[in-house]
Ligand binder design. Structure first.
Ligand code: ZN
Length: 211
């Protein structure tokens, strides 16, 4: 079974929407796959899988997320995916948006409790950024670790990065929704030359570390 995301080209055999999940040679959209899995495992189907949730970033701006669920056995992974407009200017710099997940077992946690836990985690992640940016006035030139058109990006002293891979299969890091190449990540860390870097790898559904 795989969950490859969109762009696969195949269609859900039940409703015809773009397929997300393939079981053998059968393709399903996420909703139809979840309905089938819930039926097979005797899980009470949530009343509605489609929710948008809002969080406030550290500067008081509203960030909107769409929630999706992926059922596996009696458990589900609930993921909040930041909505980024196609014409958002940050996309040119590699902004892909934040995504925050939790896993909840329907035998122990109701849908409402799972969504509450997801909302709390989203706010924790969004409210505590790993990077900070300085906006560079158009008439000035700044030197900084990573520079985009109008901003210089610095890593905070503590942070969290998603290890990811770009369209060419190269390892990259997504921090605060912004994708960085391995070279850019090294440049961000270069501000701390001479210091030690600790790391700890966690599952995407783990609680974020206190920092
Ligand atoms: Zn479907």
């Amino acid at each position: 079974m795989e969950l490859p995301g969109y762009g696969h080209g195949s269609r859900c055999q039940v409703c015809g929407k773009p397929a997300r999940v393939h079981v053998g040679t059968t393709a399903y959209c996420l909703d139809c796959y979840n309905n089938l899995a819930d039926y097979l495992y005797g899980v009470k189907t949530p009343t509605n899988d489609s929710f948008n949730i809002l969080a406030l970033d550290s500067e008081g701006r509203t960030v909107e997320f769409a929630v999706e669920r992926y059922a596996h056995g009696t458990a589900s992974t609930w993921t909040a995916v930041e909505l980024v407009d196609d014409d958002d200017s940050r996309r040119a710099d590699g902004y892909v948006g934040r995504s925050v997940s939790i896993v909840a077992d329907a035998r122990v946690v109701s849908q409402e409790e799972a969504l509450d836990a997801l909302m709390v985690k989203v706010q924790r992640v969004v409210g505590k950024p790993s990077l900070h940016a300085h906006i560079v006035p158009p008439d000035q030139v700044w030197d900084g670790p990573v520079q985009f058109a109008d901003r210089v990006i610095y890593a905070n002293e503590t942070g969290m990065a998603r290890v990811d891979c770009d369209e060419q299969g190269r390892t990259c890091f997504v921090i605060d929704g912004q994708r960085f190449s391995a070279e850019q990540f090294a440049a961000l860390m270069s501000a701390y030359e001479g210091f030690d870097l600790y790391w700890r790898v966690g599952d995407v559904s783990d609680e974020p570390l206190e920092r």
